[in-house]
Design a binder for this molecule. Structure first.
Ligand code: SF4
Length: 63
């Protein structure tokens, strides 16, 4: 599974970072930074949750 982030859509809401801080971070502008592109183990479920919660639909998954 691979996480894809569309930084043009990201509004810096930070839901992804709150949901899984080991996988997502934000740069100085608040735009999402994907720390772990290919999550494994317990990070998979929380990455899926973060994708669902993103209010800007800026995150997607490639299975
Ligand atoms: S939750 Fe979505 S809009 Fe908010 S920082 Fe993460 S990717 Fe960006």
């Amino acid at each position: 599974m691979r996480i894809v982030a569309d930084t043009d859509l990201c509004i810096g809401a930070g839901q992804c970072v709150l949901t899984e801080p080991e996988v997502f971070d934000q740069d100085d502008d608040g735009t999402v930074v994907v720390l772990v592109e290919n999550p494994e183990g317990g990070q998979v479920d929380s990455a899926r949750e973060a994708v669902k919660l993103c209010p800007a639909v800026a995150l997607s998954l490639q299975e």
